[in-house]
Design a protein around this ligand. Structure first.
Ligand code: AHZ
Length: 307
């Protein structure tokens, strides 16, 4: 690793011995609430230190990451799942501006519960272990939150993946070679709540993460979306955006998966952010392309490390 910190040492937060009450199981507790129930003692500072030590250790560890994923929606999380599974030796940071990760994948369309995925995206569900109804050419997960919570739980369990939520990517780090070619070399971050106050508070400088590969999956344009590709236009690395086109499920899903790629050196774009680059259609409430764009984004990223 670039910073020379071995992965094991980097994650070495000493386990705190577990002081159990007399109750060892939930059954032991049953009906004894009045008689003998008591939490193990704690001092408030222990709680503060338990949280802050880990968080600042993570900030230190991931200041040099191997891969940064911007946006923890269905595409970003699918990417993280594939990467975390394939390469436990890589440090993977996910930066999500929202407090709640998951983007638009907590519900299907129009706030309905079920999530539709067209085949062959059911292979991703099989890999994750999410059950579905098979309707022939497509499958239906009974609740989008079942997909997203399962995906999140797997991603968060990988020891080499860290999710920094409530943290926004405010800018991209760039490097220029002698010929003037620009490469994306990291991200500029800030607490989202700070980012939201640049208009009424002055000089709230950001933080940074260096990484050789950035994968941007910030969704289509809107109050928060298409962050990296809009920045590429303003820094003159893309001439202009194609602009997301109208809804066409058939065209949209194939296009997003096929076009998932490194858009400028060091920056891979996936999911609906990509629709803004090339002017691809939107697909509406069918999520197979988000999962498989994540699979492809991970594959593109790993080319760098497999070389
Ligand atoms: O909060 C955003 C969301 O969770 C996050 N995000 C956006 N800008 C960010 C920034 N820094 C950090 N500057 C940022 N995080 O990115 C996530 C994007 O998730 P999403 O669900 O919006 O995008 P996706 O491409 O993963 O999934 C798109 C789902 C859609 S939209 C759509 C349609 O409109 O037709 N159809 C589908 C399936």
């Amino acid at each position: 690793h670039a910073d020379g910190v071995p992965l094991k040492a980097a994650f070495d937060v000493k386990p705190v011995p577990i002081h159990n009450n007399k109750a060892q199981t939930l059954e032991d507790m049953a009906n004894k609430w009045e008689e003998s129930f008591k939490f193990a003692p704690i001092r408030e500072s222990q709680v503060s230190r338990a949280m802050t030590r880990r968080y600042f250790n993570d900030l230190d560890t991931y200041a040099e990451s191997d891969i940064v994923i911007v946006g923890a929606g269905s595409c970003g999380l699918s990417t993280a799942y594939m990467l975390g599974k394939a390469r436990p030796d890589l440090k993977i940071a996910i930066i999500e501006s929202g407090v709640a990760p998951g983007g638009g994948a907590w519900l299907g369309g129009q706030l309905f519960s079920a999530m539709v995925m067209r085949k062959p995206a059911e292979v991703f569900l099989n890999d994750l272990g999410v059950p579905y109804d098979d309707e022939g050419d497509f499958v239906v997960v009974k609740h989008a939150a079942l997909f997203t919570s399962t995906l999140l739980s797997k991603v968060l369990s990988f020891p080499n993946v860290k999710l920094f939520n409530a943290t926004a990517v405010e800018d991209l780090i760039t490097r220029q070679d002698a010929d003037g070619n620009v490469r994306i070399a990291g991200v500029v971050t800030n607490w989202t709540l700070v980012s939201m106050h640049h208009d009424d508070q002055s000089c709230m400088d950001p933080n940074t993460i260096n990484a050789p590969v950035i994968i941007s999956t910030t969704g289509h344009d809107g109050p928060f979306g298409a962050f990296s590709v809009k920045r590429l236009v303003s820094m003159q690395q893309l001439e202009k955006l194609g602009g997301m086109r109208g809804l066409d499920m058939n065209r949209a899903e194939d296009a997003i998966v096929k076009r998932t790629r490194e858009v400028v050196p060091g920056l891979i774009v996936g999911g609906m952010e990509l629709s803004e680059v090339d002017g691809a259609n939107r697909m509406g409430p069918t999520f197979g392309a988000m999962a498989l764009s994540g699979v492809k984004a991970a594959e593109e990223a790993l080319k760098v490390f497999d070389e």
